[in-house]
Design a protein around this ligand. Structure first.
Ligand SMILES: O=C(O)CCC(=O)C(=O)O
Ligand SMILES: [Fe+2]
Length: 330
C-alpha cells in the first residue's frame, strides 16, 4: 500500500515535471515566435548584440571611407537625358572676378556652368560634324588628339600643325553653307552664354582658340595629344572669359571614356556626358577646374567656342577659302 502510494506520488511528480517542462518549451517557442516576428532571432551568446552592432558600424565606416577617399561623383548631364537647361552656380573665383572688373557689362551676374540640349539642332550638329571630318581628313595627329581651327587654319598633322588654307587639297573642302551653319551656331551659343551669365551679348567676342577636336584612344606622341590633364581655361588660354563646348558625337555610342569632368572643391566631381548637339557653357576661371577623361575606344568630336570680354583678343568669323585674299593665305 505504502509502496504503491509512493509510486503514485512519483508518477504525479514526474507528470507535473513533464507538464512544466512542456509549458516551458511552449513558452520558449511562443517567446521565440514573438521575438522572431518583432526583432529577429534573439542573441545566442552573451554580447552578440554588441558584436553585431560593432560589425555594422565598421561596415558603414568602411563604405564612407572608401566612398570619399577618392571623392564623389555626380552626373550633371547623362548622355541619355534631354536637358532643356540645367545650371549649377559656383562662387566666382577672386582672380576671375578681379580681372573682369575692367570690362563693365561683361562681369557675370553668376559664375558656374549650364548645359542645354535644346540650343543646337541635330541637323546643325551633323553639319558641323561633317565640316570637322572633311577638314581633318586632310591632316590628323598621330597621337590621340587632332584639332582644326577654322579661324587660324591650324590643323594637326602627324606630330605638328599645318595651315589648312595652305594645302592644295583644301580649296573646295568647305562650302558657303558650312560657314553659314558655323556662324549661326556660334551666334546662338554667344547669346545663350550672355543670357545665362547676365552679360550683354555684344560685349562678348569670339576668341582664340576656337576649334574642332577629335579625340581617340591612340597613345599620345606629343604634349598636344595629352588632353586629359586637369586645367583652368583662363590659365591655359589667357584671353578666355567664357568657355563653351558643343558635342558632336555620343558618349557610350560613338566612343567610350571621354566624359567631361568638373573637379569641385567639395571633393566631388560633376560629369557631363557628351551628347550630339549638347552645349555646355561655363565661366573660364578657377571655379571651373576640369578635364576630359581619356577616350578608351571610338572617336569623340567636339567644338570649343571661346569668348572674351577683351576686344583686343577678338577673332573674326572664318571665311571661305575662295574669298580669302592671296596675302591672307600667306
Ligand atoms: O572637349 C572637351 O570636352 C573639353 C576640352 C577642354 O577642356 C579644352 O579645350 O580646354
Ligand atoms: Fe578646358
Amino acid at each position: 500500500m505504502e509502496a504503491s502510494g509512493r509510486q503514485i506520488k512519483r508518477r504525479s511528480a514526474n507528470r507535473s515535471k513533464l507538464k512544466s517542462a512542456g509549458t516551458i518549451l511552449e513558452e520558449k517557442e511562443n517567446e521565440a515566435k514573438e521575438n522572431k516576428s518583432k526583432y529577429g532571432p534573439m542573441p545566442t551568446f552573451q554580447y552578440q548584440r554588441v558584436f553585431t552592432r560593432g560589425i555594422l558600424i565598421v561596415g558603414v565606416l568602411t563604405v564612407v571611407y572608401f566612398g570619399t577617399k577618392d571623392g564623389r561623383e555626380f552626373a550633371l548631364a547623362k548622355q541619355k537625358e534631354v536637358i532643356h537647361h540645367r545650371a549649377q552656380d559656383i562662387m566666382c573665383s577672386d582672380d576671375y572676378r578681379a580681372e573682369l572688373e575692367a570690362f563693365y557689362g561683361c562681369i557675370p551676374k553668376r559664375c558656374g556652368r549650364v548645359v542645354s540640349d535644346k540650343l543646337v539642332s541635330g541637323t546643325e550638329a551633323d553639319a558641323l560634324l561633317s565640316i570637322a571630318k572633311r577638314g581633318m581628313a586632310l591632316g590628323g595627329s598621330e597621337g590621340g588628339a587632332t584639332i582644326l581651327d577654322l579661324h587660324s587654319g591650324a590643323l594637326s598633322h602627324g606630330r605638328n600643325f599645318v595651315n589648312i588654307y595652305h594645302l592644295n587639297g583644301a580649296k573646295d573642302v568647305f562650302k558657303k553653307t558650312d560657314i553659314t551653319f558655323y556662324k549661326v551656331v556660334k551666334t546662338k551659343i554667344q547669346n545663350a552664354v550672355a543670357h545665362h551669365f547676365g552679360v550683354q551679348p555684344h560685349l562678348l567676342y569670339l576668341t582664340h582658340p576656337t576649334f574642332f577636336s577629335r579625340l581617340n584612344a591612340a597613345p599620345a606622341l606629343t604634349a598636344h595629344d595629352e588632353y586629359w590633364h586637369p586645367h583652368v581655361d583662363k590659365e591655359t588660354y589667357d584671353s578666355f572669359h567664357y568657355t563653351s563646348l558643343l558635342y558632336l558625337t555620343d558618349y557610350g555610342h560613338d566612343f567610350h571614356g571621354g566624359r567631361f569632368i568638373f573637379v569641385d572643391g567639395d571633393n566631388t566631381n560633376r560629369t557631363v556626358e557628351p551628347r550630339k548637339g549638347r552645349v555646355s557653357m561655363f565661366t573660364s576661371g578657377s571655379e571651373n577646374l576640369h578635364y576630359v577623361e581619356k577616350v578608351s575606344s571610338g572617336t569623340r568630336y567636339a567644338l570649343t567656342v571661346s569668348f572674351t570680354c577683351d576686344q583686343k583678343h577678338a577673332i573674326d568669323d572664318p571665311m571661305l577659302l575662295s574669298s580669302v585674299s592671296k596675302e591672307q593665305k600667306q
